[in-house]
Write a new protein. Structure first.
Length: 256
């Protein structure tokens, strides 16, 4: 049976835990360092062009993002299958219709493998999320992904959890929304090897993993994330549906 970290958080397979509300992660409010609570050797987060507060990281939508330093050279943070989870709150009025940002991303679809978990303001002003994973090491924009699903409105907290192996499963606020079969049974990094051919460090709350501060404006597509980051988790295994809802229930009272 799985062990737990904090109030019933699944600990088995946990390789990255970035929690700004924990002094072990965020030792100095107003700083830029986000230590990895899971303890992966030599790996931690940095708030680029911004700072932490006592309980979260607020990103202003101009050039702020969170990067996991050294992750592209770290095998433990480059597993063949994984689970990613983020608590986020996009600010009201911060995006125009059809603007997109990346909640979690790594790599460059233009010339390598990679993955992107997006947030987009839909055509009716709704907050939506999806997930895409590449199945090529070199050909541009060859990926498989989920549909976009409507989350809680702008100004409210959401939890997005994605598992990936031979399938992509997208969970939104603890509920499985879609399962998509992949033509590959593992995550592709770079040209098939980590730290090659456009691979990047893992990034949270950016425009794109390979262009984290890209801003195409209100009438364009890609923009930096404007909102709050509350918690980021990564596992080197696939969480079951029961484990996803356990993690969600363990943390939801902090956010909603």
């Amino acid at each position: 049976m799985a062990t737990a970290i904090g109030p019933d958080i699944i600990a088995d397979g946990l390789v990255l835990s970035i929690d700004p509300a924990s002094l072990r992660t965020n030792p100095s409010s107003g700083g830029t360092v986000l230590n990895n609570f899971a303890g992966t050797s030599g790996i931690g987060g940095t708030v680029v062009n911004g700072t932490t507060s006592a309980n979260l990281v607020t990103l202003d939508g101009s050039n702020d993002y969170i990067t996991i330093e050294g992750s592209k050279t770290n095998a433990e943070l480059s597993p063949p299958s994984a689970t990613f989870s983020i608590w986020f709150r996009a600010h009201v009025g911060s995006f125009s219709n059809n603007n997109i940002c990346s909640l979690i991303s790594r790599g460059n679809y233009n010339n390598s493998g990679g993955f992107f978990m997006h947030m987009q303001r839909g055509s009716s002003g709704q907050c939506t999320v999806n997930a895409t994973f590449s199945y090529s090491t070199s050909t541009s924009y060859t990926f498989q992904g989920t549909n976009y699903y409507t989350a809680n409105p702008f100004g409210e907290w959401n939890n997005l959890t994605v598992t990936v192996d031979s399938n992509i499963k997208l969970y939104l606020n603890g509920v499985l929304k879609q399962t998509v079969a992949r033509s590959k049974n593992e995550i592709i990094y770079g040209n098939g090897t980590i730290n090659t051919n456009g691979d990047t460090d893992l990034r949270w709350c950016s425009a794109l993993g390979y262009a984290p501060t890209l801003d195409q404006g209100a009438s364009g597509s890609w923009r930096p994330f404007n909102g709050d980051f509350g918690l980021g988790l990564m596992y080197n295994k696939i969480l079951t549906g029961d484990e996803v809802i356990q993690n969600y229930n363990a943390q939801k009272n902090r956010f909603i």
